[in-house]
Ligand binder design. Structure first.
Ligand SMILES: C[S@@+](CC[C@H](N)C(=O)[O-])C[C@H]1O[C@@H](n2cnc3c(N)ncnc32)[C@H](O)[C@@H]1O
Length: 873
C-alpha cells in the first residue's frame, strides 16, 4: 500500500513533494538502466522511474465528512479466511494454522500496544483492522517501534534531494495544522511530527536516523547504523549479500530491497515457502534463540509472527504473482506487457541475488560461523518466492521522507478513498530513555542497553471512531492499472481511472495538447474547446504529473477530499454517487497556468449542470438523479453527452446546460475570425493572396478537428480489438461469479458436480432467469435513458445505441462455455483479472462514446444551419 505512509504513503500527505514512489521500477521499457545485468551482484543496474500518481496536497490529511467505509461491492480482492489458508492439509492442520495465526496476531497487537483497542477480523474488503472501543479524533490506535519495522532508504522519495527549499518540518506542521491535528500530541510523551522532521530529528542524529544529514553526506551510513541496531535488537545477523543489496539505494528501488529483506526473513523463520513453489529451507539456528523466544517483540518469534500474518500466496492478487496462465486471463495488452516486464526484471534480480548468496555461502561460511553468527543456507531462492515478497512489499509498504518501510500490523489496514478513510499514519518521535533522563550515556549506548526506540509508527483516528469501525487508510487514488499492479485490486467505476491513449499513438502530446494547445483564448476571450482537452478532461490520458500534487492547485477535488463538497454525504454512497461528486483530477487542480482556462471552463460548466440538475430535481427528481449518476465522469458534463441530452435539457427548459456546445461553436468561429484577421493582416502587407471565405475556414477548422478525433477513435477501436473476448461474455461470466442471489452459482455447482448436459442446461436456464431478474441493476443506464428520451428512441453513435447494444444475458456464450469460462476465473486472481478486463473495456467504451459525442457536436457546430430544430443553439 502506498499511501502517505500508507501502504505507500506517508509522503503523499506530508512531504508535499511529488510522491516519487518507486513502485513502478519494473514497468519501464525505454530506459536501459532498468535492465538488470545477470552478472551484476548487489549493484544491479535496476532503476526505478517515478510513476505518475495521484498525489495529495501538502500536509493534507483526510478529514472526511462522510460516514466510514461502506462498500457497494466495488472491489474484488482477497477472500474471507485469508489468514487460515497457510496450511491446507486437512482440517486438523487448518485448525492448527488458524491457531498459529491467531497467536501471531495477538503477539503483533501486543507489541504495537493495541491489544485492547484493535482487532483483526474479516470485513467488507477481506481481512482488516477494526477498533474494539471508541477512539477520539487524533488518538493513536497503536504504536509500532521503529526497530520492529523494516526500513530502507528511498532516495526517490527524499524531500531533501529536491531542488526547492521547502522545510519539511514546516510542511509537516502546516499539514497537521491544516488538518486540525496540531496539539493533539500533548501528553503523549514526546514530540510528534507528521512524518516530516521535527525537533526529535535532532535527537535522532546520534543514532543514525537523521535524514537531513544523510542527504548531504552518507545516506548509507544512516542505514548501516539502523541495521546495526536492528540486528542487535533481534539477534539476527544479516548476511553480507543482503546488506549489499539493502544498501544499493542508487540502483535498486526501495520495494525491491524490502522484498529481498522479507524473502530472507521468511527463510529465517522457517515459514514454508509454499508461495515460492519450493520446499522450505531450514534456517540456520540463531545463537541464544531460546532467550529471545522469551522476550516479546524480538528476534525470530516476532518476525515469525509477522510472516504468519501475511496473506498466503494463493490469495495474493498483485500483478507480479500472476502465473502465465493467469496473466493470459487479463487480455489487456498493456497489463500483460507490464506483467511480463515485471517477471523478467524480477527474474534477473533473482539471478543476482542467488549468485551473491551462493558466493557468500561458499566463501564466507567459516568466517560467519567463527564470528558466532549463523551460516547462511538455502540461498537458492525461487522466482515465485521473490514475486510474492515483492508483492508484499509493494502492497504493504509505507513512505517516510527518504525512507520506505514495512510495518507489522499497520499493514493490515485496508484502503478507502481519502474522504472515507478513518485513520492516518503518523511518525511519533520518542526521546530515547537516556536523553530523557539526562543521563550521560550516548544515545547509541542507551539504545543498546534498553533497545529503546527513536520513533514509533502509528495510526491515528481521523475522526471519532465507534467500536466496530474499520481502520481504513487511503493508499493512493490511482488508475486501475496502478491499483492492480500495486495492490491487486481494481475499483469498479474508479473515478481516477485513466486510459493512456497516447501510448503508441504517434505525434500526440497529451500534456502539451491538454494544457496549451487545447484551450486557446480567442480574440473575444472565448475559451475554445477541442478534442485533446475534452479527452483529457474525461480522464483518458495518464499524465506525467498529476497536477493535484501541487499545493497551488485549487480545484474542487480539494474541497471534496476535505469533505466539504456539497452533496449527499449520507453513509453508504454508491460508487456512482461518489463519482458524481468528483471532478476529474486531470483538470481539477492544475499547477500550470495555461490550463486554468480549461479548469475554469470545466468548473463553470459543472456548476451550470449542477444547478441544472438541481432545477431538474424539482421537476423530475428521479430522472435528473439518474442522469447525474450516469455521467461517470463529471468532465463529461462539459458537453451535453449527446444531442439527445441537449434536446432533453432544452425540453426541461435547461438550455444553459448546452452552453458548452455553444461555446465550442463560438470557439470555432473565433478561431476562424483570428485566422481571417491574420490573413487580412498579411494581405494588407501584401504577403498573401486573397483570404478564403469564412465559411470555408470554419469548415476547414472543423474538418481538422474531426480528423484528429477520428485518429483517436481509431486508436480506441484498436485497443478494443486487442481484447480477446467480448464485453457480453465477460459480463455474463462476472454475473455467474458474483450473482448475489446465488441461484446461478448453485446451478453451476450442481452442473459441475453432476457433469450432465441436462444439469448444464438447467444451469443455463437458471442463469438466464437470474440475469433477467438482475437486469434492473445492470440495465440502469438503459432504463434511465429510456425514461428520459422515450422508450423507442435510439440514435446512431449515441449513448442510447450503446446501451441497447450492451449485453443483458448470457446469450453470447453457450451454457457450457459460460460455465467453463466461469470456472477458469474462479480464483482470487482469476476474478481480479476478469474485473480488470471489464473495467478496461468500460473505459474504452466511454472513450469511444466521448469521441463520438464530440465529433457529433463539432460537426453540428460547424454546420449550424443543418442542425435539427431540437438541438439548434
Ligand atoms: C496492506 S494489505 C491490507 C490487509 C489485507 N487485507 C490482509 O488481509 O492482509 C493490502 C491488501 O489488502 C487488500 N485490500 C485492501 N484494501 C482493499 C480494498 N478497498 N478493496 C479490495 N482489496 C483491498 C488488497 O489485497 C491489498 O493488496
Amino acid at each position: 500500500m502506498s499511501t502517505p505512509c500508507v501502504p505507500g504513503s506517508v509522503a503523499h500527505s506530508f512531504s508535499g513533494h511529488s510522491t516519487a514512489r518507486v513502485v513502478a521500477f519494473l514497468k519501464g521499457t525505454h530506459n536501459a538502466r532498468r535492465s538488470l545485468a545477470p552478472s551484476s551482484v548487489g549493484t544491479a543496474a535496476l532503476k526505478c522511474p517515478t510513476r505518475a500518481r495521484a498525489t495529495r496536497r501538502r500536509g493534507q490529511v483526510a478529514t472526511p465528512a462522510v460516514a466510514p467505509a461502506r462498500t457497494d461491492a466495488a472491489v474484488v480482492s482477497v477472500q474471507p479466511g485469508t489468514g487460515s489458508a497457510v496450511d491446507g492439509s486437512g482440517s486438523g492442520a487448518a485448525a492448527a494454522a488458524a491457531g498459529r495465526l491467531e497467536a501471531a496476531l495477538a503477539a503483533l497487537l501486543s507489541v504495537g500496544g493495541a491489544a485492547s483497542t484493535l482487532q483483526v477480523t474479516e470485513g467488507p474488503f477481506g481481512r482488516g483492522l477494526f477498533v474494539t472501543s471508541p477512539a477520539a479524533a487524533g488518538q493513536p490506535l497503536f504504536s509500532m517501534p521503529d526497530v520492529n519495522t523494516l526500513i530502507v532508504p528511498d532516495p526517490e522519495n527524499d524531500p531533501y534531494s529536491s531542488s526547492d527549499d521547502e522545510d519539511p518540518v514546516v510542511d509537516a506542521a502546516a499539514g497537521a495544522a491544516a488538518a486540525g491535528l496540531a496539539g493533539r500530541d500533548q501528553g503523549q510523551g514526546g514530540p510528534a511530527v507528521g512524518l516530516g522532521l521535527g525537533p526529535a530529528a535532532v535527537q535522532a542524529e546520534a543514532a543514525g536516523l537523521n535524514w537531513r544529514e544523510e542527504r548531504d553526506s552518507d545516506l548509507e551510513g544512516g542505514q548501516r547504523s539502523y541495521l546495526d541496531r536492528w540486528q542487535r535488537h533481534h539477534g539476527l545477523r544479516l548476511p553480507a549479500w543482503l546488506q549489499g543489496f539493502l544498501g544499493d539505494a542508487d540502483t535498486l528501488p526501495a520495494p525491491a530491497r524490502l522484498a529481498l529483506w522479507l524473502m530472507w526473513l521468511r527463510r529465517q523463520v522457517q515459514v514454508p515457502a509454499n508461495g515460492g513453489g519450493g520446499a522450505a529451507t531450514a534456517a540456520a539456528a540463531v545463537p541464544g534463540l531460546e532467550e529471545l523466544e522469551a522476550e516479546e517483540g524480538r528476534g525470530v518469534p516476532f518476525w515469525r509472527a509477522y510472516v504468519r500474518c501475511l496473506p498466503p500466496p494463493e490469495l495474493v492478487t498483485c500483478l507480479a504473482v500472476f502465473s502465465e496462465a493467469e496473466a493470459a486471463l487479463l487480455q489487456v495488452p498493456a497489463y500483460k506487457r507490464q506483467w511480463s516486464r515485471t517477471r523478467a526484471n524480477l527474474s534477473r534480480l533473482l539471478d543476482s541475488v542467488n549468485a551473491a548468496a551462493a558466493a557468500e555461502a561458499a566463501g564466507g561460511t567459516a568466517a560467519t560461523a567463527a564470528a558466532g553468527g549463523y551460516s547462511h543456507s538455502g540461498h537458492s531462492y525461487s522466482l515465485d518466492e521473490l514475486c510474492y515478497c515483492y508483492s508484499m512489499a509493494i502492497s504493504r509498504c509505507f513512505h517516510l521522507p527518504g525512507r520506505m518501510l514495512l510495518v507489522a500490523l499497520a499493514d493490515m489496514a485496508n484502503h478507502q478513498p481519502l474522504w472515507q478513510a478513518s485513520a492516518y499514519p503518523w511518525w511519533h518521535w520518542q526521546e530515547p530513555a537516556a536523553a530523557a533522563a539526562g543521563a550521560a550515556a550516548s544515545l547509541t549506548e542507551a539504545a543498546d542497553a534498553g533497545f529503546s526506540t527513536l520513533g514509533c509508527f502509528q495510526f491515528r483516528a481521523v475522526r471519532p471512531l465507534a467500536a466496530g469501525d474499520e481502520v481504513c487508510i487511503c493508499y493512493s487514488e490511482g488508475a486501475n492499472d496502478e491499483q492492480l499492479f500495486d495492490y491487486g485490486f481494481v475499483r469498479q467505476a474508479n473515478p481516477y481511472d485513466r486510459l493512456d491513449l497516447s501510448d503508441g499513438a504517434e505525434g500526440l502530446d497529451p500534456d502539451a495538447d491538454a494544457d496549451a494547445g487545447a484551450v486557446l483564448t480567442g480574440p473575444a476571450g472565448q475559451h475554445q474547446l477541442c478534442w485533446p482537452a475534452l479527452v483529457a478532461a474525461a480522464g483518458f490520458w495518464a499524465r506525467a504529473e498529476d497536477p493535484a500534487s501541487d499545493s497551488s492547485g485549487g480545484g474542487s477535488h480539494d474541497a471534496i477530499d476535505a469533505g466539504s463538497v456539497d452533496g449527499p454525504h449520507a453513509a453508504g454512497l454508491s460508487a456512482a454517487e461518489e463519482q458524481s461528486l468528483l471532478l476529474p483530477r486531470s483538470v481539477g487542480g492544475g499547477d500550470n497556468g495555461s490550463s486554468s482556462g480549461l479548469r475554469e471552463m470545466i468548473a463553470n460548466v459543472a456548476a451550470i449542470v449542477s444547478s441544472a440538475a438541481t432545477a431538474a430535481v424539482d421537476a423530475d427528481a428521479e430522472a435528473a438523479e439518474r442522469l447525474r449518476q450516469q455521467r461517470r465522469r463529471s468532465a463529461l458534463l462539459s458537453l451535453p453527452h449527446t444531442a439527445y441530452d441537449t434536446a432533453a435539457l432544452r425540453r426541461w427548459g435547461l438550455a444553459r446546460a448546452a452552453s458548452a456546445a455553444e461555446e465550442l461553436r463560438r470557439g470555432l468561429a473565433a478561431r476562424v475570425a483570428a485566422q481571417l484577421a491574420s490573413q487580412q493582416n498579411r494581405q494588407r502587407r501584401g504577403a498573401a493572396a486573397a483570404a478564403p471565405a469564412s465559411g470555408g475556414l470554419l469548415e476547414a477548422a472543423a474538418a481538422a478537428e474531426l480528423a484528429a478525433v477520428d485518429a483517436l477513435a481509431a486508436r480506441v477501436a484498436g485497443l478494443a480489438a486487442g481484447l480477446g473476448s467480448s464485453l457480453a461474455d465477460d459480463e455474463a461470466v462476472w454475473e455467474v461469479l458474483t450473482e448475489p442471489a446465488g441461484a446461478a452459482r448453485q446451478a453451476r455447482a450442481a452442473a459441475v458436480a453432476s457433469g450432465s448436459a441436462m444439469a448444464s442446461a438447467a444451469a443455463a436456464a437458471q442463469l438466464s432467469a437470474a440475469t433477467a431478474a438482475d437486469s434492473g441493476a445492470r440495465g440502469r443506464l438503459g432504463a434511465a435513458f429510456q425514461s428520459l428520451f422515450g422508450g423507442g428512441s435510439t440514435g446512431s453513435g449515441s449513448s442510447i445505441a450503446i446501451v441497447q447494444q450492451a449485453p443483458v444475458a448470457a446469450t453470447a456464450l453457450s451454457a457450457a462455455e459460460l460455465l467453463a469460462a466461469a470456472a477458469q476465473h474462479d480464483s482470487a486472481r482469476g476474478r481480479t483479472a476478469l474485473l480488470a478486463r471489464l473495467e478496461y473495456k468500460r473505459l474504452l467504451d466511454e472513450a469511444a462514446d466521448v469521441l463520438r459525442t464530440y465529433r457529433q457536436v463539432v460537426a453540428e457546430a460547424a454546420a449550424p444551419r443543418r442542425l435539427p430544430a431540437a438541438v439548434r443553439f
